[in-house]
Write a protein that binds this ligand. Structure first.
Ligand SMILES: Cc1cc2nc3c(=O)[nH]c(=O)nc-3n(C[C@H](O)[C@H](O)[C@H](O)COP(=O)(O)OP(=O)(O)OC[C@H]3O[C@@H](n4cnc5c(N)ncnc54)[C@H](O)[C@@H]3O)c2cc1C
Length: 537
């Protein structure tokens, strides 16, 4: 006969220990007196509550959101996670950013689908935090809110002529070729000869590759239909990727460089003068293996392609800062650049103008100088760095004090840097902070019941993960019966889609007749449309 309170004490302690052991988070000093387990919080003594957090809301379904949800669900035996996503479909930039010819990268969604299978996880698509539901309302309904809504804006050049026609953010173009529903109607004119991409990162190289790759190659990918159609008629022959610093400091990865240099029908052109390294450059290259490999690859690729006969050219240009986009009849025609030189000691060099200018013909211009996060009402936002102000994922106010119950993960937490894998440790750090705060009883106790109550306040249907799955499966099924496809036939399944069709596709979902009347098109726009009209969550 063990007194009931001892059982409660033991179970409470056991649960706390379990959370602690699943991941190294510190268990606070527990006080057991008269059957109650308490924890000291400042001068107060509060009941120890190992099942805290009971309910977490993750905002955003990209890698930053999914890796955090995954860690929480694995490390805490009872926590429930609601994931709120602006669009009816999940996975953020994995769907709308990662290039369509990188299917192996997109396969990470298989892992996220595993997370979504947990019966303690719920996906709520088609709900925008800050518009449909406020952060303050979420605070009242969840013990912890993890903001992982990424970077949905971009940095501008701030130069004359940037507002001209056919000048785009690379982000818009990427969204367009990936079938993002908000960018289906992007009016990009690819009938001219020359495209200039300002920026020297991986996104710039992705954009260049999409412009240069033979259409037959792109058709093998899951690029969206309207983009394939336009790219098949494009006339672009010269693509300039222009960076303000030298080749040593270029941000693109060596693998991306090798991949684009191998594109059929394209010759890599690099000015010999750009490859002359300063003393400081040499020190940088000496110190960094990655930089050394990149420079070696660039020199070798350039030399290998000297005699290559190709219809298209990729010009990698360095040490040029854009000054003005010049136009005719409201459309871009050229960009004036000022030439730079690098100054300063190794590791701290910066681009300084020489005053000399160069004009490059540009029928279409893409600025690719970085994505940028924006704030939502109620969030402590660091406007200078354009991130949620945070310490180890805990959002902090102007005095550095934690805003209890609010956390950040992914690009919103650390800025628009890093690949998908970078989000794993980053999101786990945030999850660990939440669990530690739970054990230390610093998470707010809330009255609200989460989405079950909030749904009544939101004037639109939320879509569930199974809605998304049904639609995804339907799309894959239609790949296999081309008769139901639109005249511009989408490509056959890629490695990405093949992996996802290992199990035989289920029968088509009960989509309402008006939706089926729409000609099927391989785009998220259509997917979203079908989803919203086929089922209301
Ligand atoms: C063009 C491009 C190509 C890339 N290619 C690669 C690659 O090949 N390999 C690689 O490893 N990495 C690649 N990356 C990097 C990778 O995509 C990022 O590291 C990762 O997506 C960041 O994850 P995140 O969750 O922070 O943001 P995101 O992936 O952007 O996810 C944020 C999510 O939040 C949602 N959201 C936004 N606002 C709200 C709101 N108010 N309410 C609710 N939901 C909201 C968005 O719809 C989105 O689903 C690429 C990035 C870009 C931009």
């Amino acid at each position: 006969h063990i007194p009931a309170y001892s059982c409660i004490c033991f179970r409470t302690f056991e649960l706390g220990l379990e959370v602690m052991l699943r991941r190294v988070v510190s268990l606070p000093l527990l006080h057991v007196r008269g059957g109650a387990i308490t924890v000291k919080r400042g001068k107060k003594t509060v009941p120890f509550n190992p099942s805290s957090p009971r309910h977490v809301c993750v905002v955003g379904s990209g890698p930053g959101g999914f890796y955090c949800a995954d860690a929480l669900l694995r490390w805490h035996p009872t926590v429930k996670v609601d994931m709120i996503e602006k669009y009816p479909f999940p996975f953020g930039l994995v769907r709308t950013g990662v290039a369509p010819d990188h299917p192996e990268v997109k396969n990470v969604t298989n892992r996220f689908e595993g997370v979504a299978e947990s019966d303690r996880f719920r996906f709520l698509g088609n709900v925008q935090v800050g518009e449909d539901v406020s952060l303050d309302r979420l605070r009242q309904h969840y013990n912890a809110v993890v903001l992982a809504y990424g970077a949905s804006s971009d940095r501008t050049l701030g130069i004359a002529g940037e507002e001209l026609g056919n000048v785009f953010a690379a982000r818009d173009f990427v969204n367009w070729y990936n079938g993002h529903p908000d960018y289906v109607d992007l009016q990009v004119d690819l009938s001219g000869d020359a495209a200039v991409i300002v920026g020297n990162g991986n996104v710039a190289i992705d954009v260049a590759r999409m412009l240069l790759k033979p259409i037959a190659e792109l058709e093998k990918t899951d690029m969206t239909e309207h983009a394939l159609e336009k790219l098949s008629k494009a006339n672009i022959k010269d693509v300039y990727v222009v960076g303000r610093r030298g080749p040593v400091q270029a941000a693109y990865a060596t693998a991306e460089l090798r991949e684009i240099a191998a594109v059929d029908g394209t010759k890599l052109v690099v000015n010999e003068s750009d490859l002359a390294l300063s003393e400081a450059d040499k020190v940088e290259v000496e110190k960094s293996r990655a930089m050394r490999r990149k420079m070696e690859a660039l020199i070798k690729l350039k030399d290998d392609q000297k005699g290559k006969n190709a219809e298209k050219r990729l010009h990698l240009r360095y040490l040029l800062s854009p000054e003005e986009v010049k136009g005719e009849e409201g459309k871009a025609r050229s960009i004036v650049f000022v030439k730079n030189r690098m100054e300063g000691p190794a590791g701290k060099q910066s681009a300084v103008s020489t005053g000399e200018v160069e004009e490059i013909g540009a029928d279409v211009v893409f600025r690719s100088i970085g994505y940028k996060s924006t704030s939502i009402p109620g969030l402590h936002f660091d406007s200078r760095r354009a991130v949620a102000a945070n310490k180890m994922g805990r959002v902090v106010d102007a005095n550095g004090e934690p805003d209890r119950g609010i956390y950040a993960s992914g690009w919103l937490k650390r800025g628009p840097i890093g690949i998908i894998g970078t989000n794993i440790l980053d999101s786990q750090e945030t999850a660990r902070s939440i669990l530690e705060d739970g054990l230390n009883c610093t998470l707010p106790e809330v009255e609200g019941e989460g989405w079950d109550t909030l749904r009544q306040e939101v004037n639109k249907p939320a879509t569930s993960f199974s809605d998304w799955k049904r639609l995804d499966e339907e799309e894959l099924r239609r790949y296999e019966s081309p008769s139901s496809l639109s005249p511009f036939r989408p490509p056959p399944p890629t490695a990405h889609t093949r992996t996802r069709t290992r199990t035989p596709p289920p029968p088509p979902p009960p989509i309402t007749p008006p939706t089926l009347a729409h000609t099927y098109a391989h785009s998220l726009h259509t997917r979203a449309h079908i989803l919203l009209h086929s089922h209301e969550y």
